[in-house]
Design a protein around this ligand. Sequence first.
Ligand code: ADP
Length: 837
Amino acid sequence: MPTLIRVDQTYEIPDRLPVVALRDLVYFPYMVLPLLIGRPPSLAALEAAEQGEGYLLLLAQENVQVEDPSKDDLHRVGVVAQVLEVSRLPDGNARVVLEGIGRCKVRRFLKSEAGFAATVEPFVARERADGRESKEDEALARGVLRLFHEYVHLCDRVPDDVVSSVSLESDRLRSAHLVAGHLLVLPSEKQELLESPDLPLYYGLLREILVRELEILRIEEKLDDQIRLQLDSDHRQSYLQEQLKAIHHELGADPKDEWSDLAAEVVSASLPPHARERAERELNRLEKLNPIAPEAAVIRTYLDWILGLPWTERREDNLQVEHASAILDEAHYGLDEVKDRILDHIAVLSLVGELNGPILCLVGAPGVGKTSLGRSIALALGREFVRVSLGGIRDEAEIRGHRRTYVGALPGRVLQGMRRSGTTNPVFLLDEIDKLARDFHGDPGAALLEVLDPEQNKTFTDHYLELEYDLSDVLFVATANTLAGIPGPLRDRMEIIRLPGYLDTEKLVIALRFLWPHQAMRHGLPTDVDLSEGAAKAIIRRYTREAGVRELDRRISRVARKLARRTADRVRTTVDDEAATADIHATMIDAGAPAADAGTATGDKSSSEAQSVGEDDLKALLGPPLYLGRSMDEDERSGMAIGLAWTEAGGEVLDVEVAVVPGSGQVQLTGTLGDVMKESAFAAVTYARSRATRLGLDPKFHQDVDIHIHIPEGATPKDGPSAGITIATALISALTKTPTRADVAMTGEITLRGRVLAVGGLKEKAVAALREGLSKVLLPMANAAELELMPKEVIAGLNFVPVRTMDEVLTEALTSMPEARRSYSESGSSVGTHLSQ
Ligand code: ADP
């Protein structure tokens, strides 16, 4: 087993090695270089090396012209190389990275199935300069290094940092190999260098070559100067390109081949002139680079982006309003006002041909259908649909991209969306526009403003692409949960359409007509398996609590999934038992209910009405109900009051509970109370103290009790103060032990003196009250004008009572008014600072 000794390591190599013939390249020990292998015998040798110990013998061809060399065309001295990396290319070639280990001589060429193999012996004992150097040798070596320095300086094609690695090298043989490896001379000359038997001869030859090359380079430089003056820049470029081609050729790879597919794509892509020009420029740059250079990957990605973006492909609009109306109705129940406004937009589009007006912004709780409306708009117009979520974006670069100098840079979400859509005129849904954040990375809102502005979006520029991109054909639609989060300037550009949430009656229709059929189909249930009205109502009331129908959809999907699963299990068992062919419907019915807990779905398997999931089946399918509704029992209603809150998730009913226990005047707040809500709580306590006598309370009541105010967990209300009158009502109910009415809800801010102030989100709150089956809503007098804007069903279903003062609230909310005490003055002045937080 031959041994190759290097400066850094000793290698035991097999004495029989697969051979790769090098056409116009000579490898040297210590050299690490990529090589493109394409000839079948060489590929076979590579395979043999991979299967063996990873060593190859690299032998240069004597004549570079020979395409299919025989052993006689090869030099007998070559370099044993270790395969460091192999990547197979789609065209069948392989790109390998090899490290030269040491020089070897061929003893005998061997016959091998495909390609060559040879037995070898070391050419020199060691690839390092052992022994002492004479003064002459040292002078020679130093001289060569100086010449090499000058050579690199003059020859643009050798990278400058080679000089430093050569001058840092202390081993003379290794530095000779480094110098030889970097010389741009004929392969035959390099082979001569490779075959230098000792150091003085090696350096002598190097000096000879360097002196000659330097002379040529100097003449070239002179010529170049003259030529440079003569040639205009175009010519110069092609001259340089020719030179580069030669270098690549020298290195064994022609990057042009590598990128030929890409070049063909650039030629055939339909690009506007400015994008084409840029693509061609980048392609030119790419063709000059070594394919494995990192820069090449960056340019390649960039070109992929230019080619991947839609520049001209567009969908023809279908602008018939009746057609659009039918499509919107097909997927959405109700929402008449919203649909009307959308159709108005489409009508304008059909008349004017473009939309210069405000962007539609659908505002409402999750699950009210904002996204699916967006999708339907696209379907109606015959356009593509893309959705981009803006939630949590705080960096402008997420909208507009990172500059290419940034590692891993990509275009922003707008262009990413455009690429996904594949067309220049999609319906583009900007989801959760109210969740945009802002910080020191710039203002993403400002970037969006440019996207949405018809004056500016014709020439939208992404930092990554650095090319103007026309967004003016895009139909943008925005969505938000609340108006409050939308930055002012953006809001000014938008036409707000509010979706207040669904009433139970609407949810029922949506569940039966839309959600169930869809989920049943998705889960492969037979078409005649129904969800009964009773079950749908029960899911709505007892398994969900939301303004939209997202949770409802999830529960319904779960019912469908369980049914499908049980059906599958049953069918499998039946088949296993080799019983009669399973009647899938009968199985279905059986699956619809637990065996012991017979409901409508169990019963007679053959009866057709049994094909529906009944209310009683829900427990088995969905588990115990999650919401049981509030207690209607009067005894339990002391200290309870029903408030209405406005949260991210739409309107919600808020059950406030107050307990009064013996104590020392402490007020405790638990549950989801924000700071604002705390203020309301203290205002309520102060109000109660100031009205103590009127309410039949001992004016010093607060000294001997602790007051515990609890608002159950749930979404945090956006409008804290509006719980003021609810807290006060619950408190007074608890103190006076007077129950509250179970069907009265309220919303309003309270002042210390008991006045009721205006609040926001009335529409959503009213819908929530109706949903919860309440019948009366107390609202601030200052909000009364908004009743005009309430949906008809809400006005019909609820009794609205505008109030000015807490007294009016108590009259409506308590089952009876507490009797006033006569023996005390009304003054609350003695109530001091004892009540503390
Ligand atoms: P959002 O975007 O407002 O959060 P989605 O559009 O995702 O809500 O709606 C959730 C689900 O409810 C979707 O499956 C949607 O089709 C359905 N949905 C919502 N509103 C309606 C409606 N009015 N009619 C029929 N289905 C609806």
